[in-house]
Design a protein around this ligand. Structure first.
Ligand SMILES: [Fe+2]
Ligand SMILES: [Fe+2]
Length: 243
């Protein structure tokens, strides 16, 4: 497995590894600033490859913050490896995640961010957004980097296969197909509204964990995915009524 990297916005880097067994790319993102932040730790098995690639951009020991969306191996598997590589680094995650899991899982005490709080990295500013159960997990959340207007959406819009680095094309049809295949999202009455709320931040690009960087029409894409989640919920309710 080989980890490629590209600068996807000013001082924002995407590290991407295609894993054949899963037919998926697994992406991590590095936000370079006075206090550099890594978004997604990657699996433990990917750590040597991601570490080597990240080291071409920044000495890993300079990482200040390590963050991820929810507790799952591709999100935090290598968390303690990164803490070992960067003596000053702290894990930062949402209040729920820290309380429920990360306090126990992280080798050093993590920092908890309430919904909407901004972490000032210096030349970059990262806002934590709680998205409980979107796409899955009580602890789920996303980050929005304000200076580059980049929304880091984790598993949302997951796309299978070897994907391009970036696109402004259709990311909704592949996302619906992948959801049909994997049923990875926990659809609740709050799912659609949670996705529509993301439009209000005014992002101009979305960085996907399993897909390209999307720079097309964000409000339309988020609205269409919200509509699909609503449809899945309604279909599920009407199926139950016919039991
Ligand atoms: Fe996930
Ligand atoms: Fe993922």
């Amino acid at each position: 497995m080989r980890t490629e990297f590209h600068e996807i916005a000013e001082d924002v880097f995407r590290f991407s590894t295609y894993v054949e067994q899963a037919d998926l790319v697994f992406n991590q993102f590095l936000i370079v600033a006075e206090q550099p932040l890594l978004w997604h730790c990657g699996h433990r098995q990917l750590f040597p490859s991601v570490l080597e690639a990240l080291g071409r951009v920044l000495p890993p020991s300079q990482l200040r913050w390590i963050s991820f969306g929810h507790v799952e191996a591709d999100e935090l598997g290598a968390m303690n490896h990164w803490l070992g590589a960067a003596a000053q680094a702290e894990v930062v995650q949402g209040s729920t995640g820290v309380l429920v899991s990360v306090n126990d899982l992280a080798d050093r005490p993590p920092r908890a961010l309430p919904d909407g709080e901004v972490l000032d990295l210096g030349s970059k500013r990262v806002r934590w957004i709680d998205t409980p159960h979107v796409p899955h997990g009580w602890d789920a959340g996303l980050i929005y980097e304000e200076t580059t207007r980049t929304l880091f959406v984790g598993d949302l819009f997951t796309m299978t296969g070897r994907v391009p680095v970036s696109t402004d094309g259709d990311i909704v049809t592949p996302a619906i197909a992948t959801e049909d295949l994997g049923r990875a999202s926990a659809v609740t009455p709050a799912s659609g509204p949670t996705l529509r709320r993301l439009v209000s931040f005014g992002a101009t690009r979305m960085a996907l964990m399993h897909g390209p960087v999307f720079s097309g029409d964000l409000p339309s894409a988020l609205g269409a995915l919200a509509d699909d989640f609503d449809r899945r919920l309604q279909d599920g309710v009407s199926d139950l009524r016919h039991l």
